[in-house]
Design a protein around this ligand. Structure first.
Ligand SMILES: Cc1cc2nc3c(=O)[nH]c(=O)nc-3n(C[C@H](O)[C@H](O)[C@H](O)COP(=O)(O)O)c2cc1C
Length: 428
């Protein structure tokens, strides 16, 4: 029998104990579909479930605010998990995604730091009191017509944050781990620690934004301490129950910023500590053209090369975004440059990308044109829409996305495993 062309992309893979049915993940993306106070809506459920139905083996949620303090400096609208009230609707989301056979990981953030926004003048907290500033040449070309608009201006220069105290760092870490336990109760299959794109954990890692003189600043060992401590506390609590991964930008791409060589050291340290996968991205909000590449040439010249370098030092699976060309995606996995291909904007444009590729119908893929209207709308405080996919934002009207619950499964698997792990600990 003739083998399908994209067979490697559809091989299963294990992350910790969790088996994914293929090598295709939907990248974490905040679409502003939650309520303003961080609860899941029917539109959130339909949005994610539509991508599970389209064949993605793994769905990674948008950055979820793990602590109340992080939520207070929200820029847009994201899910929250800083108290028990949030568990229930997240569990409904998890069940809906599971009903299509996909796994779902919770991306949990400890905050946006200086990239957050204060609405009442209270300064946001960061490693050091240095505001961010975006220069026009670091914007993708498609953004240039927006220059001068009040929406973009608001985003070009951040507010001056205050320095986070050591007590805050440590209490926020405790709150973070509490949210991880809630994610288990909600039934998530994995946890992703959010440390990319110039947000709080990245700010601590970067010598540009971290000028501290205490144990959290200075050497790379000190700058990575905040992330390492969170990973340590999270792993200690949940590792035997669900896998924990980390997302980081492979490089900051700003003068004096975090380099790929440093990221390799951090990634290796995290792997040695027991994380189950490493999810890469690139750049930061100040280097947006790396974070949201516009062409496949850029992808080949940057993130694919960075992925190969990281792969050379890691044994755990890695995930890489932006490879939206099926042949290149297949090649990247086959050649071992990445283990999982993660699609962000392409999954907005066509949620059926995996199924179409599996069936060899690549000419039917609705291609993302990289127009970035999704992000420009988001920066204007509007829910993202898509220039090529009119369904985006209206998925909730599709009744086929709300399946009946799996027969038999009453408590989430992760919750049962968690309870057993506690019993074993108590009886020791
Ligand atoms: C609308 C939008 C929202 C995003 N939100 C998040 C997020 O919450 N967490 C995160 O780690 N990355 C976020 N990203 C970045 C994507 O995960 C991804 O890294 C980026 O879009 C590049 O991949 P792509 O070329 O496949 O789109 C977002 C991107 C977009 C376009």
């Amino acid at each position: 029998m003739e083998k399908p062309c994209f067979e490697t992309l559809f091989e299963p893979i294990k992350i910790g104990d969790i088996e994914l049915s293929n090598r295709l993940a939907m990248a974490p993306m905040d679409m502003l579909f939650s309520t303003h106070d961080g609860f899941v809506t029917e539109q959130s459920i339909a949005w994610y479930t539509r991508r599970a139905k389209g064949g993605f083996g793994l769905i990674i949620t948008e950055a979820i605010f793990a602590t109340k303090m992080s939520y207070q400096f929200n820029f847009y609208k994201n899910f929250c998990l800083y108290n028990d009230l949030f568990i229930s609707s997240l569990n409904t989301l998890v069940e809906a995604v599971h009903s299509f056979g996909a796994k779902i990981f919770a991306q949990l953030t400890i905050g946006l730091g200086r990239q957050g926004r204060s609405l009442d003048g209270t300064p946001a907290y960061a490693p050091s009191p240095i505001p961010y500033e975006v220069s026009a040449e670091m914007l993708p070309e498609t953004f240039k017509p927006m220059l001068g608009s009040p929406e973009l201006e608001k985003y070009m220069k951040g507010q001056t944050p205050r320095e986070m105290t050591v007590e805050e760092i440590q209490s926020e870490q405790e709150r973070y781990v509490e949210a991880c336990v809630r994610a288990i109760t909600a039934g998530f299959d994995g946890i992703e620690i959010h440390a990319p794109h110039g947000y709080l954990l990245h700010q601590f890692l970067s010598p540009r934004s971290n000028k501290r003189t205490d144990q959290y600043g200075g050497s790379l060992e000190n700058r990575m301490r905040f992330l390492v401590e969170i990973a340590e506390r999270t792993l200690e609590k949940v590792k035997n129950v669900i896998p924990v991964g980390v997302r980081m930008s492979a490089a900051e791409h700003m003068p004096g910023g975090l380099t790929l060589d440093e990221v390799k050291v951090v990634a290796k340290k995290l792997e040695d500590m027991g994380i189950s996968y490493f999810n890469i991205s690139d750049g930061c909000y100040e280097a947006l053209k790396y974070f949201l590449p516009e062409s496949i040439e850029h992808v080949k010249n940057h993130i694919l090369k960075e992925a190969a370098e990281l792969k050379s030092v890691l044994d755990i699976p890695i995930m890489t975004p932006s490879i939206n060309d099926p042949a290149l995606a297949e090649q990247a996995v086959r050649e071992g440059i990445t283990d999982i291909v993660e699609l962000g904007r392409q999954s907005i444009a066509d949620p059926d990308w995996p199924n179409k590729v599996k069936q060899g119908k690549t000419d039917e893929i609705r291609k993302c044109t990289r127009c970035l209207q999704c992000l420009m709308r988001m920066m204007s405080g509007l829910q993202p829409r898509c220039a090529v996919n009119p369904e985006v934002g209206f998925e909730r009207y599709d009744q086929t996305l709300f399946q009946k619950r799996r027969k038999g499964a009453i408590l989430p698997d992760s919750f049962v495993k968690w309870s057993l792990a506690q019993m074993i600990q108590v009886s020791k």
